[in-house]
Write a protein that binds this ligand. Structure first.
Ligand code: FAD
Length: 484
């Protein structure tokens, strides 16, 4: 097992810039025509510069443009449009509030834990609304369905049941969202073998790359002149002009050094997720990258297509193999294309140094063969040859030491700069589809001076107490160790 010292080294390492040659995600196998979008010349001065073109960057850009009628906005993206986690995830729209509730209530109290649960459920509804608003149901292959969480041991099932019982006792309005079912029903109705029980919750599946690129496309058309997107433009560093005051630097005090030259901004918004620690060294160990592996597997005609009605999560106690030093991190996630029947299957079985990594330029070959060997077993097909591998790739998530997103203004203590115009929304801990849209919206409204504390959970904000107590590198080490 990785020592605490090794874990501390991994979580505090510089994640670096997004790698220029990522593995190809199936979601991006037909690139959007805006994949390499950029202006002929990098704009020189903008009100708001957003770093990162995933779903969080999209949400911040959209909210700023809609609520500030003259603001100029530029989105800078190191690689192609939406090529980070949003373009390489599992496509699951599901909340994890139920299974996390007990822990959240213990740490933050029942009121805040309930607020977090409601926020994620509202965010999922917002995802579906956005898809409908942009007429993207067909192109994103969005399905409204039930997610079946399957618990592979009695202990996991019992912990889940206790968590749901407490959620329902503390918040009667959330009764009935989760329906627990026994192992026989999991097998007979859903064909899943070897479980101790399961739970159903309202959820969905989506092709996130197609959603984000489609909405960016619409925003470019709606706000010509006010929005530019600069793909293949990495931000290498950010500076704040403190002494050299001129009419330009007074209005645009930030200088961004990019791979295409300099640009100036009034405010800088980091939607850089697992890479945030590169530009913001004080966040290393508070946010760390976590590399995920995805496969697309074709079960052929061996199983009925359930892609319109259900998606799955498989929960098991963490494992460690002393020979290979590989950890199993406790979760596999699975969706099925209603069109092709392909399974989208992800989960980690890797050494710790492979998991706490920001390098998505390769997929460890054993990760793929592991996912190929595990998936048929859930359907009682372990004796068959592996299903055809259609695609495999890796992607970088952002994890925080306390398991919650970071949303808000970055203080001078965090940036090392005097200005007050740097902001962040990052670290969605593997549940971006349940958090990013509303976190991005909240951040943009905060930037514009709005109040969001009646709906943004205070536990997501960058308050001093959080930074001192639970958002720290030692807590990140503790959180990782507790998962092993
Ligand atoms: C394998 C995998 C499976 C997942 N499955 C699911 C799932 O099924 N359901 C779910 O809810 N969530 C899932 N997630 C998590 C989810 O995808 C993320 O939480 C979410 O997409 C984060 O969105 P984002 O916009 O904050 O970050 P990203 O989409 O990662 O966007 C950040 C962007 O910033 C850019 N960037 C970073 N640094 C710089 C820089 N210095 N200069 C310029 N650009 C920069 C990156 O290139 C990137 O495009 C998964 C993630 C992975 C990797």
């Amino acid at each position: 097992m990785a020592s605490e010292k090794e874990l501390a080294r991994l979580v505090t390492a510089d994640p670096g810039l997004p790698r220029p040659n990522p593995t190809q995600s199936y979601w991006q196998h037909i690139p959007h025509r805006l994949a390499n979008v950029r202006s002929e010349n990098l704009p020189s001065e903008r009100d708001y510069v957003i770093i990162g073109s995933g779903i969080t960057g999209l949400s911040v850009a959209k909210t700023l443009l809609e609520n500030h009628l003259t603001a100029t906005v530029t989105v800078l993206e190191a690689r192609t449009l939406c090529s980070g986690a949003t373009g390489r995830n599992g496509g699951q729209m599901a909340a994890n509030a139920g299974e996390e509730y007990m822990h959240l209530a213990q740490v933050h109290g029942p009121e805040m834990a309930g607020k977090i649960a409601r926020f994620t459920l509202r965010n999922l509804k917002k995802m579906q609304d956005l898809i409908e608003e942009y007429d993207a149901v067909e192109t994103t292959e969005m399905q409204r369905l039930e997610k079946l969480r399957v618990f592979m041991t009695d202990g996991k099932f019992e912990d889940f049941r206790k968590s749901i019982a407490r959620l329902e006792a503390d918040h009667p309005s959330m009764r009935g969202i989760y329906k627990t079912i026994n192992a026989d029903t999991v097998l007979e109705d859903y064909g899943i073998h070897g479980s101790s029980g399961g739970a159903l919750l309202p959820a969905g599946t989506v092709w996130p790359y197609r959603l984000v690129t489609k909405v960016f496309d619409a925003l470019l058309k709606k706000y010509p002149g006010r929005l530019t997107i600069e793909a293949n433009t990495a931000v290498e560093s950010v500076e704040h002009d403190e002494e050299n005051l001129t009419p330009i630097t007074t209005v645009y005090p930030y200088t961004l050094h990019t791979s295409r030259g300099l640009m100036r901004a009034t405010s800088v918004v980091y939607c850089t997720n697992g890479y945030s620690g590169h530009l913001l060294p004080s966040l290393r160990g508070r946010i760390h990258p976590f590399k995920g592996t995805m496969t697309v597997q074709d079960p052929g005609t061996s199983l009925p297509n359930q892609g319109k009605s259900v998606s799955w999560g498989f929960h098991y106690p963490p494992t460690f193999d002393p020979d290979t030093k590989r950890h199993g991190y406790g979760l596999y996630y699975l969706g099925q294309s209603a069109k092709t029947g392909y399974f989208y299957f992800g989960g980690e079985n890797t050494r710790m140094d492979e998991a706490v990594s920001a390098d998505d330029s390769f997929v460890a070959s054993h990760s793929v063969s592991h996912l190929q060997s595990v998936l048929p077993r859930f359907f009682g097909k372990e004796d068959e040859a592996s299903w055809k591998l259609v695609s495999s790739w890796s992607g970088i998530m952002g994890f925080s030491s306390d398991g919650l997103p970071l949303v808000g203004r970055l203080s001078s203590a965090l940036t090392g700069r005097r200005g007050e115009g740097e902001w962040i929304a990052a670290a969605f801990n593997g549940y971006g589809m349940a958090n990013c849209l509303l976190c991005g919206e909240a951040l943009a409204l905060m930037i514009l001076g709005g109040k969001v504390n009646d709906w943004l959970p205070g536990a997501y904000e960058l308050v001093e107490e959080r930074l001192r107590s639970i958002l720290t590198p030692p807590e990140a080490v503790k959180a990782l160790s507790s998962k092993l």
